[in-house]
Design a protein around this ligand. Structure first.
Ligand code: PFF
Length: 445
């Protein structure tokens, strides 16, 4: 059925059953490893409270404008990224292609990390303390197996569809995630010596504040809100016409930021006690440093199990959104069934995921400019492509179709408080910042 503007009506596509489903799934995508292993250390090392303030301002202005923009693009066209852009201007399809490439590159290595999480959960449940096992485990065939298990779980959920799979998963898992996180934070707060880390995380230290605070905060906001990856466009295409875009976006942003801050309250105090100001981040934090700290805590095994369940939820809901962005594109482009599209992405992912996993063992000789396979995928997707896509998107909206197309869609179902400054932001302010992020990221400054 053709709807307004000759665009397809929502009834032909899957759709979220309502506002809550949409919000939970979008928040599930946003809340991921970035909130837990990236944000806390980044905030702590960039001036604590000062970074938090910068981050909140950035998220409320940039984040809100960008999330609303992507949802509007998806909802007005009812298409996945390539066709969403293509419907507006045929030549703009290339932006959709590039933005689908971002999740396609992220997906295999995200699954490898997901596999590690499953492995650690298994080890803890089997009674291991997981100290010093990372090197051997990540290079083993067992890690390949857990990667395959993770890919299969995500594949099954996406295969089940938008309302039966993705929405159900998120509406059950996200509250569980939050409860576990709060329990862990409260526990850590009552540990002796947690105040030092807490102060380091929350009190502003202006001596650490420089221009990089803003660019790092912006880069983090993009990654954390799953922007410029086609994901929010895809989820927006499943949103009901009558739901307020601004209100849903704001809720997702508040959930994502609150969880990042809560994760900081959990991670920073324990890591600060052990490492002082040079605390690790990423895989080194989660798979190497934290297990050592957990072991020294009373009830440490239980804390570790809670922690890795939480991490699993964060990883799986984000991975589902990544796969959905690619799958929905294939369904739209090639009129494939969901079943076929999931298989079509999952099979190569199994191969690439296996290779990346083996990059920590038998294939660890593959190394370009000091980067192993996983880091190469991460660099290509997050440091290079993501800012390029975001930049192209802003230029396209600001200078080709005009900001009004987006603000009209947002206002068709509610208010848009950034309306007055939106044109300036999308035409000039965002592109300048994104260009800086791109250049400094690529040059490694
Ligand atoms: N936004 C998620 C996080 O903060 O970890 C992760 C993520 C989701 C990254 C989706 C990439 C992606 F395509």
């Amino acid at each position: 059925m053709k709807g307004q503007h000759g665009l397809r009506d929502v009834s032909e596509r899957g759709s979220f059953s309502g506002k809550i489903g949409f919000i939970m799934a979008t928040a599930g995508s946003a809340v991921g490893l970035g909130n837990i292993w990236r944000f806390p250390t980044m905030a702590a090392s960039h001036g604590g409270g000062a970074f938090l303030l910068a981050y909140i301002i950035i998220v409320v202005v940039f984040g809100l404008a960008m999330v609303c923009t992507e949802i509007a693009l998806g909802r007005m066209t009812r298409k996945s990224p390539i066709d969403a852009y293509g419907t507006l201007r045929p030549r703009a399809k290339i932006i959709g292609v590039l933005s689908t490439l971002v999740p396609a590159l992220i997906y295999p290595y995200y699954c490898v990390v997901g596999g590690w999480i499953i492995g650690y959960l298994g080890y803890y449940l089997a009674g291991s303390d997981c100290i010093g096992i990372f090197g051997d485990f990540s290079g083993s065939y067992l890690a390949v197996l857990t990667t395959i298990v993770f890919i299969s779980i995500v594949g099954i959920i996406v295969y089940l569809g938008v309302d039966r799979g993705i929405e159900k998963l998120s509406t059950i898992f996200m509250p569980v995630f939050l409860i576990l996180l709060v329990i862990l934070v409260v526990y850590v707060l009552f540990q002796p010596g947690s105040m030092g880390g807490m102060e380091y995380f929350l009190l502003p230290d202006l001596s650490h504040v420089d221009a990089s605070v803003f660019t790092s905060a912006l880069g983090q906001a993009f990654f954390s809100l799953s922007l410029a990856m086609g994901i929010t466009i895809t989820y927006g295409s499943y949103m009901k016409k009558q739901d307020s875009i601004q209100r849903s976006s704001m809720t997702v942003i508040v959930i994502d930021s609150a969880i990042a801050i809560l994760a900081g309250l959990l991670i920073v105090p324990i890591a600060y006690n052990a490492f002082g100001e040079s605390m690790p981040s990423g895989a080194g934090l989660v798979f190497v440093a934290l297990p050592e700290i957990f072991t020294g805590m009373p009830g440490g095994t239980l804390v570790a199990i809670f922690f890795f369940i939480m991490l699993f939820i964060a990883a799986v809901t984000s991975a589902v959104s990544i796969l959905e962005a690619v799958v929905s594109t294939i369904i739209d482009r090639f009129h494939a069934t969901r079943h076929r599209a999931v298989l079509f992405v999952t099979l190569p992912t199994l191969v690439v995921g296996t290779l990346i996993s083996l990059g920590f063992g038998p294939l660890d000789w593959i190394n370009i400019a000091g980067k192993g396979l996983l880091d190469l995928f991460d660099f290509a997707s997050n440091t290079v492509l993501m800012p390029v896509v975001a930049l192209l998107m802003c230029i396209f909206i600001g200078h080709v179709i005009g900001p009004k197309v987006i603000t009209d869609e947002i206002e068709s179902s509610g208010g848009f408080s950034l309306k007055r400054i939106y044109p300036i932001l999308i035409k000039w302010v965002f592109p300048v910042f994104l260009a800086i992020i791109l250049v400094t990221g690529v040059l490694g400054i």
